[in-house]
Design a protein around this ligand. Sequence first.
Ligand SMILES: *Cc1c(COP(=O)(O)O)cnc(C)c1O
Length: 418
Amino acid sequence: MNLNLDKKVAMAADAATKKLKERHDLIDSIVEYNQQKVLKAFIDNKISESHFNETTGYGYSDRGREGLDDVFASALGAEAALVRHTFSCGTHTLAVALFGILRPHDTMLCVTGLPYDTIQPVIGLTSGGMGSLKDFLINYKQVDLDENGKPDLNAIKNALTDDVRMVYIQRSRGYTMRPSLSVEEIGEIAKIVHENSKAVIMVDNCYGEFVQTAEPLQFGADIIAGSLIKNPGGGIAKNGGYIAGKKDLIELCAYRLTTPGLGTEVGATLGHTREMMLGFFNAPHVVGEALKSAVFTSALFENLGYEVTPTPIEDRFDIIQSIKLEKPESLIAFCQGMQKGAPVDSFVEPQPWDMPGYESQVIMSAGAFTMGSSIELSADAPLREPFTVWMQGGLNFHSAKVGILLAAQEIAERGLLK
Ligand SMILES: *Cc1c(COP(=O)(O)O)cnc(C)c1O
């Protein structure tokens, strides 16, 4: 592929590649550790070809379903897990866990500021009447992050009243400027919560799986949940989600997902098990590729004079990279350029649109094999201050690099480089 790169972009890319060696080695060591952990989970649970068999109807005694739950549980440090293609998305998965555990007059205490956009209607923050937690008399309280974007441990301790049944933590920065949380920081919150209350600690683990060598359950969280079209699906699972953690809590979630009495006993897998297993098996490696892609983007755009978070040498606790491109035209150029390097829909020119739930227009780049998959190279940019694009994913570094270079190239060709 002759990229015919602009001279400034080519030089910045060369310098970025040189700067990356050490970071890429560090990522490789995390991948190696996590890959062995996942391989061990397959071996320990004696996964065999018979687990891939399709079940239909009720799906009674589906070995594959049970084996997949066990593999996730082993690898994520959980007592039990619930992994289903019938979770429509991450939001659905998180909502099943919230409704499964919380009861009327309980309080959910979110300690990482306002949760991710799509969780707000689940809680009942944005509107009532839809069957939100609020409609079921479940209260919500929040502790904001401090001025550095870090958990406010004192305020968290003070907020732990007896009605708090759940402390909710969002690991990833999502599409905000705050830093993402490390498992060690989650551990600090967990220590205070467990010492001062009986609350369950739930972590929205989206975008965080396999970024570090441990998961939040190993640092005191009781339950975690995430989406299979992000990290743990490895770019292969076609949809779905997982919940993992304490056995009694997983059971409650299973009763909410199916019905009281049935729990995990039903749920035909319709032939999806092999892909979900294969995706999870590949996930540590794919997360490594996404991390390498994010670090490259960070270094490239820093070299071109832009403000990037995280910086290339900062430790990372999720796969998201943001770049402050400063101008709306540059956001459009970035997304349209990145799209040109996508394996699917490369010929499509993304345009800003009025996305439901957003106050400004948003432009996205997504040329993925799985609709909406953000473990594949993708980018989102709301056309408002601070004119920042958030990018994530990359099934393999070498193809993601092309998309990232073409994003920079488009900005250069339109005369918008700093
Ligand atoms: C992706 C994500 C979710 C769930 O979003 P879906 O689009 O429903 O999968 C929740 N929280 C965070 C932090 C996320 O990144």
